[in-house]
Design a protein around this ligand. Structure first.
Ligand code: 6PG
Length: 236
């Protein structure tokens, strides 16, 4: 069994669909267990979905929101995923949701791993819904191809839900190369996952990645591991 690929005619239509799907999956999880964990990616793609969710009525006070990955910068830094989530998702109706930050006062991402494992562990047992993005290099989360710490992150031991990444030399990571990321077990054990990608280039990168080695295109590791629990939402 493999993932579902849903092609939409516009990015607005795709964002509408993704927001409705996310609200439905989280509400079902709350119905079943009284709570839901929702791990979200940063970057430039998900903001329109977050904006829609922020205006969606549901039991947000039962939802714990966390990050799929974080750049090791202050939450007031423009590159912070926490800042993106606080600005676009944790406002309006969704302002009632709990948030588990990844960035801490630790001097380095590596120094924060043990503490963030304790903080994220209960919300990744398993994650109810994860929202993934993908870069044009085939990375997802902060699993940049051949990055420092990538093998340890993708092939972490059960119970190790976060890992530090050194993306030095990874062009798509930009100038923020110190990262904390969810690990392979945390991501591929999620009950449900959405990969949200826009544009022909990313569609082509994904198709090529699914024929490549996971170390060269880590998105493949997530797609293969999630299988039918993954829905890919795409628009031109
Ligand atoms: C990050 C994200 C990352 C993102 C991809 C795609 O910290 O950058 O979590 O994994 O999903 O890089 O980013 P875009 O949506 O900007 O293309």
């Amino acid at each position: 069994m493999k993932h579902e690929f849903l092609a939409h005619s516009s990015r607005d239509e795709a964002a509408d669909f993704a927001a409705r799907m996310i609200a439905g999956v989280l509400s079902a999880a709350i119905e079943e267990s009284g709570k839901a964990s929702f791990m979200v990616s940063g970057g430039s793609t998900p903001a329109p979905v977050f904006d829609r969710l922020a205006q969606t009525e549901m039991a947000w006070s039962r939802v714990s929101v966390g990050l799929v990955d974080e750049r090791w910068v202050s939450p007031v830094d423009p590159g912070s995923n926490e800042q993106l989530v606080r600005r676009h998702l944790l406002t309006g109706q969704a302002g009632a949701a709990g948030f588990v930050p990844m960035k801490t006062a630790a001097l380095t991402a590596a120094a924060a791993v043990a503490d963030r494992n304790l903080a994220y562990g209960p919300h990744c047992d398993p994650i109810d819904l994860i929202l993934l993005g993908m870069g044009n290099d085939g990375h997802t989360a902060s699993w940049f191809p051949h990055a420092g710490g990538l093998q340890g992150a993708m092939h972490a031991q059960p119970g190790e839900v976060v890992a530090a990444i050194d993306a030095t030399g990874c062009p798509v990571a930009g100038d923020v190369t110190e990262r904390l990321t969810l690990t392979g077990p945390a991501i591929i054990d999620a009950d449900a996952a959405i990969l949200l990608i826009f544009g022909d280039e990313k569609r082509d990168v994904l198709n090529a990645a699914l024929k490549s080695q996971p170390d060269d295109c880590p998105i493949r590791f997530a797609v293969d591991g999630l299988g039918p629990r993954l829905t890919i939402i795409w628009a031109p």
